[in-house]
Design a protein around this ligand. Structure first.
Ligand code: ADP
Ligand code: MG
Length: 224
């Protein structure tokens, strides 16, 4: 019975996702159709319309790329991996973007920690969370990435100095398509949460209005 329950819950998540996708893609498509009709009618301010149309196409593009990532078969290629090295690899990729906004990306590791994980999946989580932090800090500041032990868990925390998240919205962040960004997809945290679940871990979100937010990935240590 419990298995049935889990199964039906999974189905409803898939159903919820499908409905969301249809909606998220139909909106920009409807808008694109309208602009094509206007252009057919022959209008003068074409450039302005092309710009809006490009934005809509970009939005559809962003959604489909993230969906392609989710629909990839979950190759379970878990090995014992060094957390510090994975973070260093990711930070190299994101440093240019951080510099552009005057953001200091600081990595502080308290030990040589190994976790049993799929390296590419976990790197995707680190990228999603650090990118979100960067996107909240248009005026610069520091993003503090820490790795430490908490009992039986390895914790990777990403703390930003952004505006923080209002309390009543925190529970919404992991829902698909929740976004407060003009060109956001609202899929990054849902995917990250799913990957962390698949590693028997947890994603904790703490935030203080005006002071910033901390996203903590808690993963079980490798047993060996
Ligand atoms: P997206 O980045 O495309 O909006 P995400 O799933 O990555 O989608 O994030 C969902 C929403 O959660 C964001 O639009 C933003 O409102 C909020 N959020 C995520 N990370 C942070 C953060 N570090 N600080 C404040 N808000 C955040
Ligand atoms: Mg994001």
């Amino acid at each position: 019975a419990e298995e049935m329950l889990i199964r039906s819950e999974k189905m409803s998540i898939a159903g919820q996702l499908a409905a969301g996708i249809a909606h998220e893609i139909r909106n920009p498509l409807t808008s694109l159709k309208g602009f094509v009709q206007l252009l057919q009618g022959g209008i003068t301010n074409k450039d302005e319309y092309y710009k809006i149309m490009m934005d809509e196409i970009d939005k559809i593009n962003a959604i489909t790329s993230e969906l392609l990532f989710i629909s990839k078969p979950m190759t379970d290629e878990k090995c014992n991996e060094n957390v510090q090295i994975m973070l260093q690899d990711v930070i190299i990729l994101l440093r240019t973007q951080a510099n552009l906004y005057d953001i200091d990306l600081v990595l502080e590791v308290q030990g040589d920690y190994m976790v049993h994980c799929d390296k590419s999946q976990l790197k995707q989580v680190f990228i999603n969370l650090i990118k979100n932090a960067i996107e909240e800090m248009a005026n610069g500041g520091m993003i503090h990435v820490q790795v430490y032990r908490n009992g039986q868990e390895c914790v990777i925390s990403i703390a930003d100095q952004g505006p923080g998240i209002p309390k009543h919205l925190i529970h919404k962040l992991k829902e698909p398509f929740f976004t407060t960004k003009k060109n956001g997809t609202g899929l990054g945290l849902m995917i990250s949460n799913q990957i962390i679940d698949n590693h028997n871990g947890r994603l904790e979100i703490k935030s203080e209005n005006g002071k910033g937010s901390t996203f903590s990935i808690c993963l079980p240590f490798s047993e060996d």
